[in-house]
Design a protein around this ligand. Sequence first.
Ligand code: BJ8
Length: 427
Amino acid sequence: MSEHNTVLQELGLNVELHDEVLKYVDRTFQQTVGAQQGRPEGISYFDHVLHESHGGRVAELVKQKKNGKKTVGTFCIYVPEELAMAANTVPVALCGGTQFSVPHAEKMFPRDICPLIKSTLGLAFSKTCPYGPLKSMAVGETTCDAKKKTWEILAGKVNFHVMELPQKKDPLDVELWRNAVREFQTKLEGLSGTRVDSAGLGEAIRVMNNKRRALQKLADLREASPPPVSGLDALVVMQAALSDEPVRFTAALNRLNAELVQRREDGFSPVANGAKRVMIAGCPSVMGNWKVHSLVEQSGAVIVHDESCTGSRYFEHLIDETATDLAGQVNAVADRYMKINCACFTPNKERIDSVVQKVKEYNVQGVVQYVLQTCHGYNIEAMRIEAALKAANVPSLKIVTDYSEEDAGQLRTRIEAFVEQLGGSAS
Ligand code: BJ8
């Protein structure tokens, strides 16, 4: 048995099944991301991060755990990573993006819940997620109904904390959320035995803001026509952002960005001149899920922006760094996260406006609204987004799908027809 599989076995994983998951994910990766031409050299780091998310990264966290550092598992980008870091813990996203694990969840949970939740649960139930046994605490949030009700089941089985996220953004809601963030801080301090102080939180804020700046720079580079990088590769970077160590990640992304600047100066792009510029809006596409991005780009379009939690919702809005006392810093953290526009908010005018704004900013010719099956928030909100886009003369297409390949042929036909009818070539 390899050294790594020994580590997995020590974590209590089903090593044989885990090998099958990796082969499945690798095959999906090769058929989508790996099949592209003209990828930048710097992307290899991010491929490696995805590849090692169940390998080297796990070994790294096991080592840290042995030295007393706790890992905190998260399922949503509302959970403030800065606080976890300042409390001397490591935040790691636990969301699953592979169809492989879905049937394992369906044995125990209802079939008609979203694939992201089923994939995540299936990895845990089949003992193929190394982060499950590694984590010292999991953190849920009151976002969609499916998640909220799932946390109730999981809370009885593992150390679980639920952050209460309000559903509106009025002053009382902001106060409620600030309290939830303070409560999270206390919970983390109890877990790690480390008090969050102003210096530590200030440093964590700087680290995460630098990461956001680098991701924003990548987003800016995609404004070019044609962009120096494909949307699929930008997605790979985003997926890596959710699991990698942030300082190392930012350094690698700054190197990739420098390469892309050079490509732009040299007039080199992997994308054909005149490729239709498409934006993805809606649900996240976490590691293992490259389906819709791949279909869109195989149809001859290029994705120039992602309005999702594996896109701009993760990195837009910096945390205000001017507060110097701990209470002010914690409020600044809370207020930045409250600006995220998930469809679980109502009435959510901010999200509708921001989608229209991004269309202009990134010179988008058409929007693909990406909805994971049974995600009612994004599915119903798609009606208002479509109306706002129509008023702005921007065509849109709503796709409701899961992680399986069964509908790929039908989706391909719909996406090709959509891309075909998009207006003249981008300027
Ligand atoms: S901030 S999008 S990461 S909740 S897709 S589980 S909403 S039924 S992933 Fe999400 Fe946070 Fe919102 Fe982003 Fe529910 Fe929808 Fe499934 Fe979702």
